[in-house]
Design a protein around this ligand. Structure first.
Ligand code: TXA
Ligand code: MG
Length: 328
């Protein structure tokens, strides 16, 4: 059965057995669903690249049951990685560290570094522990979406992306909703490659250091491509005032545009326009963001106008995903 109910312990065992056998399996984490394969099996990992349509040099994150287990993929464990892992693992944080020679070659896209994460989601934890007991040292998993598309935050979205034949361990909706923060710990001054739900100040407090921005020397990350996480419709970011003006200028004409509006502000929305209010709590907004974009797509809208959230650290992860979706 492609859909496995994570509440059923025998389903988790079946899922772990599938991973151990080198099969693909999608599973929930506290951020988004991952499309997993055992990290030590290059042929299994190739199936991820093929299913996603992702270029083979784009490295994948390896998920492990514990920090101790994750470290087996690293050739060095810098003090920065130690501090961050201690503070935030298990949790929504990926650390880039030097890769142990010969480990997870295909998963790392052949790079000398590797992205590691110990997820906190109870289903992911149970799956990783069960897999480990079957000899799987770690599970390589990108977000469970086709290359360039928005991530999947529930099992139905995974099925939308890959069809009904893919095995999915269904653990309900992901609480977080956007992907993990990624910190590059391969250089003395660590860099934030991708913001997430952990705030920059939280990471910096644990490090006792400021985070560098990513730069030309930073390792490649497809999540850091300018255009990524794109819905099918064209997404535009606007201020509340711009939204109000545009809606007023359009008047009843707006109904012909196949337009959706996602705003923090309560706006007067005419007939024929899809409208959702964005929660003013950034965690709640992150939780629903990709599901809202998918729902607009499913309604067949061509344009999505989104109110730009506040420019502060709490909203950094959501703003990052929205600006990439707008560049799509
Ligand atoms: O929350 C998440 O991180 C989810 C869940 C499933 O864990 N995973 C996820 O994977 O978002 P993915 O592949 O969609 O995004 C991971 C990003 C990619 O942009 C990839 O290029 C980058 O991490 N990455 C992985 N390993 C890397 C490495 N060794 N060096 C630089 N970037 C790396
Ligand atoms: Mg992704």
């Amino acid at each position: 059965m492609p859909l496995l109910d994570a509440n059923d312990p025998s389903a988790v065992q079946a899922a772990a057995a599938a991973l151990a056998a080198g099969e693909l399996l999608a599973f929930p984490t506290e951020t988004v669903y991952g499309l997993g394969a055992r990290a030590d099996d290059d042929a299994a990992v190739q199936r991820i690249y093929a299913a996603k349509g992702r270029p083979a040099a784009h490295p994948l994150i390896v998920h492990a049951a514990s920090a101790e287990q994750a470290q087996r993929f690293a050739s060095a464990w810098p003090a920065t990685a130690r501090s961050l892992a201690q503070a935030f693992w298990p949790g929504p944080l990926t650390l880039i560290v030097p890769r142990a020679p010969g480990m997870a070659q295909a998963a790392a896209g052949g790079q000398g570094s590797i992205g590691l994460r110990v997820p906190a989601h109870p289903v992911a934890q149970a799956l990783l522990r069960e897999s480990l007991s079957r000899g799987v040292p770690g599970v390589a998993a990108p977000s469970a979406n086709r290359f360039g598309r928005v991530s999947a935050t529930c099992a139905a979205h995974v099925v939308q992306e890959f069809g009904p034949d893919l095995q999915v361990l269904d653990g309900g909706e992901c609480p977080g909703g956007i992907e993990s923060a990624i910190v590059d710990c391969t250089t003395a001054a660590p860099a934030l490659l991708r913001p997430g739900l952990l705030r920059r100040e939280q990471l910096e407090a644990a490090l006792g250091l400021p985070l560098r921005e990513r730069d030309a020397a930073s390792p490649r990350a497809s999540g850091s491509l300018r255009s990524h996480y794109a819905p099918a419709a064209t997404l535009r970011l606007m201020s509340a005032a711009q939204l109000r003006d545009a809606l007023e200028v359009l008047g009843p004409q707006a109904a012909n545009l196949r337009l959706a509006v996602y705003s923090l502000a309560r706006l007067r929305i005419g007939r024929g326009i899809e409208h959702r209010l964005m929660p003013d709590d950034p965690a709640a907004a992150a939780h629903e963001l990709f599901a809202v974009l998918r729902a607009f797509d499913a309604r067949g809208v061509q344009l999505i106008w989104v109110e730009q959230p506040p420019d502060n650290a709490e909203w950094e992860g959501v703003r990052d995903r929205l600006s990439r979706a707008a560049a799509g």
